[in-house]
Design a protein around this ligand. Structure first.
Ligand SMILES: NC(=O)c1ccc[n+]([C@@H]2O[C@H](COP(=O)([O-])OP(=O)(O)OC[C@H]3O[C@@H](n4cnc5c(N)ncnc54)[C@H](O)[C@@H]3O)[C@@H](O)[C@H]2O)c1
Length: 374
């Protein structure tokens, strides 16, 4: 039996309509909430209005170092004692980082991995209530927040067990307004986050269960949610896939698709889900060509969960069809140029996610994957 550790949000509330519980969840944790929203706070104005005594902070786009610095300042100015993240993964990550900076002080670069000093976040974060409005990242149950350094052109994490949200409220109704491209990119990211921990040598019996169910939910819901955005059953399947993917990645390890996504995201600034989806075929082809029996059996099971066919390549067939239906672009149309390939591959070879890949990846392997994903 593989040894494992499991940690997650203090409480997870899942199901259509559950966002009605947000105000009470916030009131139980504090009396001066800072509510982080996306660039358009009007989108959830009704829900925000239910939260008493709130100040709002709009996170426009993916969180940068300057955005989280400003958010921490807004939290201090409001005297915030609880932080709400209401938005896509970008907003949830910003909320978690802001909550950590509000109590620890200092600059995000003091704590950031890779480009920063990597100091531990020693003081407990403000409690966070995480409410995703996309179905993708699972950030509502992970212990890290991703931030972009525009100067270093890379995305890195701040990480601490106390960044796990106190409460995660996953209400698939909040995803009904997601435009098709967001549904596709976020949903494929969730699926990749279920596949990578499942084929990883760091898989454990708990993450395996999350991944299997997450892959099944993606198979039943993702294409339907894209084609029929108002289908709440399909939206619920993808929201559950995303939640399960967060549980899996926070308690297991990802793989080379996510190892590449960090430096690619910093370099080309394209949506995270579009990037992981764009590299997934070439990463999996490489893994299938070099995998041992255990990883091959895992890929076979992924294919079986998605298609019902017991064949290691069934997964790639499903992916090719889904990518065509969902309009997944290649890396060239996402902005990757030839000159970026070597530095991105070099950075990805050092990424912690790459170490979770079922087969070791050299910089040359990663560069080859990037070229095949153009
Ligand atoms: N912390 C983690 O564990 C983790 C894991 C994976 C990814 N991430 C990070 O999450 C981010 C990606 O998150 P994402 O895929 O949710 O995308 P996102 O948060 O960038 O949102 C994508 C777009 O959808 C819009 N949007 C959000 N909710 C909407 C709704 N209900 N209706 C209409 N539009 C809506 C947003 O305004 C944005 O324009 C990246 O920054 C990535 O690095 C974090």
């Amino acid at each position: 039996m593989t040894a494992f550790t499991f940690a997650t949000a203090g409480r997870i509330a899942f199901g259509p309509g559950r966002s009605a519980e947000l105000a009470a969840a916030v009131a139980a944790l504090g009396s001066r909430p800072l509510v982080c929203t996306g660039s358009d706070p009007a989108r959830h104005a009704g829900l925000i209005a239910t939260i008493g005594n709130a100040a709002t902070f709009a996170v426009a786009g993916e969180p940068t170092l300057d955005i989280v610095r400003a958010g921490a300042e807004a939290a201090r100015a409001h005297g915030a004692d609880v932080v709400v993240g209401l938005g896509g993964g970008a907003v949830l990550d910003a909320a978690k980082i802001i909550a950590a900076l509000a109590t620890n002080g200092g600059d995000p670069l003091d704590y950031a991995e890779v480009i920063g000093r990597g100091l531990p976040l020693e003081v407990r974060s403000l409690p966070v209530v995480a409410v995703p409005t996309t179905a993708g990242t699972g950030s509502e149950v992970t212990a890290n927040g991703v931030v972009t350094s525009t100067e270093h052109r890379v995305k890195v994490s701040l990480r601490s067990a106390s960044m796990l949200p106190a409460v995660a409220i996953v209400d698939p109704e909040l995803t009904l307004a997601c435009p098709p491209a967001v549904t596709a990119h976020a949903g494929l990211d969730a699926l990749v986050q279920c596949i990578e921990p499942f084929v990883s040598p760091f898989a454990n019996p708990l993450t395996d269960g999350f991944c299997r169910e997450g892959i099944r939910r993606a198979a039943s819901g993702l294409l339907r949610a894209y084609a029929e955005p108002g289908d709440i059953e399909a939206r619920s399947d993808v929201s559950l896939c995303a939640l399960l993917s967060g549980l899996a990645l926070a308690n297991g390890k990802l793989g080379a698709a996510h190892g590449l996504a960090g430096p690619l995201g910093g370099q080309i600034g394209a949506p995270h889900g579009a990037i992981t989806a764009a590299v997934m075929v070439a990463v999996s082809e490489h893994n299938l060509a070099h995998a041992g029996q255990v990883a091959l059996a895992r890929y076979t099971e992924v294919g079986e969960l998605l298609t019902g066919r017991s064949d290691p390549r069934a997964f790639l067939d499903w992916w090719a069809q889904a990518a065509a239906e969902l309009g997944v672009p290649g890396l060239a149309s996402l902005g990757l140029e030839d000159a970026d390939i070597e530095p991105v591959a070099e950075a990805a070879s050092r990424a912690s996610s790459t170490k979770g890949n079922p087969v070791p990846m050299t910089t040359a392997d990663l560069a080859g994957i990037l070229r095949r994903s153009l």
